[in-house]
Ligand binder design. Sequence first.
Ligand code: ZN
Length: 219
Amino acid sequence: MQVGLISDVHGNRIALEAVLADMPPVDALLCAGDVVGYNPWPAECVGELRAREVPTVMGNHDRAVVEDTAFRFNRMAKAGVEHARRALGAEALDWLESLPVERRACDGRVRIVHGHPDDPDRYTYPEDFSPRLLDDEDVLVLGHTHVQHAERYAEGIVVNPGSVGQPRDGDPRAAYAVVDLEARTVETRRVAYDVETVQEAVREAGLPDRIATRLARGE
Ligand code: ZN
């Protein structure tokens, strides 16, 4: 069974489309949260995941939108959350609100969280990866750092597919991953997309300029 993994789409419709077009055929697609925030198209990204019935967990930006707690964020993140609150309709908000903090997929073989199994807001950077993160699942998927990384252990795979919509690992290309559950292998993948069109849309939406400039640098 081939499983496509995405995370931290952050309202970047152009990057999401590039990832979905580039992805090889998969039997399931899963998302580790932060569908909205930062970029101009939260409604379109929610719509795409809902249409494809993608099992998704709630990211901290998704939660800030439904709980209206953007005031805790920095200026850039706050602007993206406020933009999403204006852009999302009632059904999209209901869907975001329905997202669990953790979920299982693929007959329980894959566990999905946003940041860390113990705390959705905790960052798990590559140096924090460990087989101790695994419970009884074959694959643990997490996001939140926007840093793509995967480790294969005897106990299973821990993978952060990276960020679709705002990579922060120095590579501006959209990130995702594909896991083969039978072979127990994981492939991290990148795909270039039209960053300039997103940058123009960020500025047209009145979002902070730094949201646009960081996309070109992968930061
Ligand atoms: Zn994020």
